[in-house]
Design a protein around this ligand. Structure first.
Ligand code: AMP
Length: 603
């Protein structure tokens, strides 16, 4: 019977061990030992799963439903600590698990006799019960039950595991390697099994049993998304894909870059007719927010996985609505007819990842594209759903009552793609894309494989930044995690006509750790007012920031907000008197093709 203590002890050791190889060896040794002790049990599988920081296998849709508030409350109750003590401990570490260790350690100091050490399968049982718990109170009681039986170190890692944030420098891929080492199996086969079945414990079982080759693809768990690297100019893009034999031609497909929400659609499983799952880029199941799409894909009767982009769609004009409009629908759990009508959505398909019982990732893009086009041709008439539904009926009923072919909104649109010729060609296509209110263009190497979860060079994106702004920092906020105790989030301002400083945004990304440390120290020195987490600082530090869009907003005094702001550099060369003005912000705002409205959420 393996104990949770073994996970906690190893996690603590790994957190302090920077060497990847040493980490891998330590994990492999532990896995081999747990497996040897009870080869028939689930222990080694659970051990690998928990160490990789997930309470359930990826293919398992269950969720613990234990947010920060619930975990914090349980910790307060079990530790008997005051909120102030918890707050202080949290501030020291920026992490609830580490805070728990301090609080419980203080309480413990040698006093306690534990009846029985916590076994891995007991943790698994408690997690399963949390999923089905009817009330928050019942769920909290389960968490408290676990914490009461835990040592401070176990509590630390139980909380980290439950909040899905281990921070021990162990990615799933490292655990996969360790499984391969422990079971003396090829790592590529372990990885492949994990990709197909999305179940680390099952891969581990297979690795020890020698059945990795028998793993088969299952639908309804997200595959990694392939991402694109940025290029700055059409020339650079053309160069990337230039044909070595014939310098004049380029071997890449060109598509518009849509400003919507990346999504992967799974549908058509013969054993579960009508089941559809839509995953977002961060691997969440977002099907609930897009019933109109799900209804359409529910009619597919062949197993398929599509990659594409969900867009708000102007049905009459046949073009995308600005991201900010779609943004209002993203995250909604119940989508009323009003929303279905106000922001109709479509799925723009640009890749086919699975079809005919076969994963297509290793095929060249050209071939995947052919199959995508063929699938779209077979399905296009099916992939419709009504603009609005009779809300008294279920979606399945509505779909059944839909007349065949030709009625309702076409919900899947094939992303037009064509082989590109030259830099000028790309330049023109970019301008056309912008005129269609799309963000820019994507270029994808015609011979490239689909690399799940990778930002490679086979796909590049060309979107010009809007002009950058020079701003001055007016305030700073303490960061979290490894930036706990460091002022790492900066609020910044532009100048008004009468030289007042008006805030326009907040950014934390773009600087190196060393730069942030330096900035933080500087801001501690130049604090005007310390409000705990936030400090206003003397407006002396000038930054150049880039961003994707400007929108009107009441969030900041300038009346504008920047979307996805990032710091490009610290401008020690520029005095505050020369920073950009609100007028300049207005000008950039007006120059945007699609002017985002307030309320936009992030991708
Ligand atoms: P970025 O978010 O700037 O890293 O750009 C990558 C994102 O572009 C992807 O996650 C997609 O959501 C989006 N995208 C838009 N159009 C396309 C397209 N035609 N092909 C691939 N990705 C696209």
């Amino acid at each position: 019977m393996a104990l949770f203590r073994e996970v906690a002890d190893l996690a603590e050791t790994l957190a302090a061990e920077p060497g990847r190889l040493k980490k891998r060896a330590a994990i492999a040794k532990a896995i081999a030992a747990v497996h040897a002790a009870a080869p028939e049990s689930d222990d080694a599988g659970l051990f690998a799963l928990y160490l990789s920081g997930t309470p359930f296998a990826e293919a398992d849709p269950r969720k613990l439903n234990a947010g920060g508030a619930l975990l914090t409350k349980a910790l307060l109750s079990v530790s008997g600590a005051t909120s102030a003590a918890l707050h202080a401990a949290y501030k020291r570490h920026g992490d609830l698990g580490a805070a728990a260790f301090d609080l419980l350690h203080d309480r413990e100091q040698g006093s306690r006799i534990r009846d029985q050490a916590l076994a891995l399968d007991e943790v698994a049982t408690a997690f399963a019960a949390m999923v089905t718990a009817k009330t928050t109170a019942a769920r909290a009681a389960l968490v408290e039950g676990l914490l009461r039986r835990a040592t401070p170190l176990e509590a630390k890692y139980l909380l980290k595991l439950m909040s899905g944030d281990m921070r021990i420098g162990v990615k799933q891929s490292l655990v996969e390697e360790a499984i391969a080492v422990a079971a003396e199996a090829p790592v590529a086969e372990v990885r492949n099994a994990v990709m197909l079945e999305a179940d680390l414990a099952s891969a581990l079982r297979r690795a020890f049993a020698g059945t990795l080759a028998e793993a088969r693809m299952r639908l309804f768990h997200p595959l990694g998304f392939m991402l694109a690297s940025p290029v700055d100019s059409p020339e650079e893009a053309a160069e990337r894909f230039a044909n070595k034999q014939n310098a004049a031609s380029v071997e890449a497909f060109l598509e518009d870059k849509y400003d919507g929400m990346r999504a992967q659609v799974h549908c058509g499983d013969a054993e579960q007719p009508g089941r559809v799952t839509i995953y977002s880029r961060n691997r969440e199941d977002v099907t609930e927010s897009f019933p109109d799409l799900a209804e359409a894909f529910a009619q597919v009767r062949e197993p398929l996985i599509f990659d594409g982009e969900i867009l708000g769609w102007d049905i009459k004009a046949g073009r995308a609505l600005p991201f900010a409009v779609l943004g209002q629908r993203i995250g909604r759990k119940r989508v009323s007819n009003e929303w279905r009508q106000q922001v109709p959505v479509v799925f723009i398909a640009f890749d086919l990842m699975y079809a005919g019982g076969e994963l297509l990732l290793n095929l060249p893009l050209g071939e995947r594209r052919n199959r995508l086009e063929a699938a779209a041709e077979r399905l296009v008439e099916k992939l419709r759903s009504p603009l609005t539904v009779d809300e008294r009926k279920s979606a399945a009923q509505t779909a059944m009552f839909m007349q065949p072919d030709g009625e309702g909104v076409e919900r899947m649109i094939l992303s037009p793609a064509r082989l590109v010729q030259s830099a000028e060609d790309i330049e023109r296509a970019y301008a056309d894309a912008r005129a269609r209110a799309n963000e820019g263009v994507m270029l994808k190497a015609a011979a490239s494989e689909y690399q799940p979860g990778r930002r490679g060079l086979a796909w590049v994106k060309l979107k010009r930044e809007l002009a950058t702004l020079d701003v001055v920092v007016t305030g700073a906020e303490l960061g979290h995690g490894k930036r706990a105790g460091i002022l790492s989030d900066y609020t910044f301002a532009v100048r008004s006509a009468d030289s007042e400083l008006l805030n326009v945004g907040k950014a934390y990304s773009g600087l190196t750790d060393a730069e942030i440390a330096e900035m933080s120290a500087w801001m501690m020195e130049h604090t005007l007012e310390d409000q705990g987490y936030f400090r206003t600082v003397e407006p002396l530090m000038v930054l150049e920031v880039a961003f994707n869009n400007i929108m009107r907003s009441n969030r900041h005094a300038s009346g504008f907000a920047l979307r996805f702001p990032r710091i490009i550099r610290i401008r020690t060369d520029k005095p505050v008197s020369e920073i950009d003005t609100v007028e300049r912000v207005e000008e950039i705002y007006q120059s945007q093709v699609d002017k985002p409205v307030e309320n936009a959420t992030s991708h």
